[in-house]
Ligand binder design. Structure first.
Ligand SMILES: NC(=O)C1=CN([C@@H]2O[C@H](COP(=O)(O)OP(=O)(O)OC[C@H]3O[C@@H](n4cnc5c(N)ncnc54)[C@H](OP(=O)(O)O)[C@@H]3O)[C@@H](O)[C@H]2O)C=CC1
Ligand SMILES: O=C([O-])CC(=O)C(=O)O
Length: 268
């Protein structure tokens, strides 16, 4: 059995935890959930003793793999600790790795411990193909992320446009992936995942759009290279608890955990 520790008990974290406690991910069991304050969370009997706000207790449960579902700050706070403790580290707040200094430290910790930093596809599709194409001649990778107005509340978008007055699709960012991941830490992590799969943070081109005409969170990816051409568009159903995050994100984490415990792995 693979012991799984989860950092964060928000929208994505809760969905992963639910599946683990219901034994829906074969070969995996929940060792604990690290939160900032236990008193902020009400849980059912199935989670008795599993939630903790004490990192030492969390690590003492000897997880084999730790999953971050808690935002950029948590990647910086716990990444090295997780790897040095001998755990694989699954990261969904991939944009945090746009900080080159942090990225290098985590890679060094992974090398030393012989464990891996695992980045789920999460909200996007096509990482497998872009990473394969990067083996031999990838020329360009472009991402356009569009989300409805409600997904941009409380984000950097509010400093660029008046969300209450938008009536048509409006571009709020054009630039490289590094800046997009930094400016939109809760909303454009997919740009970082694409960068790490393909051409890096500087060469990956990103456009971000507030779109009052849509209901889903849309990511359009195009890539060109010796392999040919990739065009993929995903339309993610937003999670009821957090319209910024697609429901698929937690399911993608569940798939990574299943892969780690499974004799057969499909779709790498
Ligand atoms: N790669 C991808 O495609 C995607 C990545 N993401 C990333 O995933 C992150 C989580 O998404 P989502 O679940 O929707 O976010 P939520 O805001 O719903 O949940 C985040 C949870 O993390 C907790 N948290 C924050 N910091 C810490 C910490 N240091 N230690 C423990 N818990 C902490 C928060 O707790 P508290 O109540 O204390 O604030 C909150 O409960 C996003 O911020 C984003 O960076 C999201 C969608 C797609
Ligand atoms: O869930 C999504 O659509 C994508 C997202 O928030 C992110 O990339 O950070």
């Amino acid at each position: 059995m693979l012991n799984v520790g989860i950092i964060g008990f928000g929208t994505a974290g809760r969905d992963v935890v639910k599946r683990l406690v219901c034994n829906e991910i074969e070969g995996c069991r929940l060792s604990g959930v690290l939160v900032r304050s236990v008193s902020n969370h009400s849980t059912g009997a199935s989670l008795t003793g599993l939630l903790t706000d004490d990192p030492e207790h969390f690590f003492s449960q000897r997880p084999d793999v730790i999953v971050e579902t808690a935002g950029h700050g948590a990647v910086a706070q716990y990444g090295e600790m997780a790897l040095e403790a001998g755990c694989h580290f699954v990261v969904i707040s991939v944009g945090a790795l746009g900080d080159a200094e942090l990225y290098n430290r985590l890679v060094a910790a992974a090398r030393t411990s012989g464990k891996q930093i695992l980045l789920p596809s999460a909200a996007v599709a096509g990482l497998d193909r872009i990473a394969a194409a990067a083996e031999d001649g990838l020329d360009s990778v472009r991402l356009t992320t569009r989300k409805p107005v409600k997904a941009w509340r409380g984000t950097h978008a509010e400093t660029v446009v008046n969300l209450d007055e938008i009536t048509e699709p409006t571009v709020i960012y054009t630039g490289n992936a590094r800046d997009s991941a930094r400016l939109f830490p809760e909303s454009v992590n997919v740009s970082a995942a694409l960068s790490l799969a393909g051409l890096g943070f500087e060469e990956t081109e990103v456009q971000v759009v507030v779109d009052p005409t849509i209901e889903r969170n849309v990511h359009e990816v195009t890539a060109l290279g010796k392999f040919g051409e990739l065009k993929v568009e995903v339309q993610n159903t937003p999670s009821p608890d957090n319209p910024k995050t697609g429901h698929i994100v937690a399911m993608s984490v569940c798939k990574v955990l299943r892969n780690l415990a499974s004799p057969v792995v499909v779709g790498l």
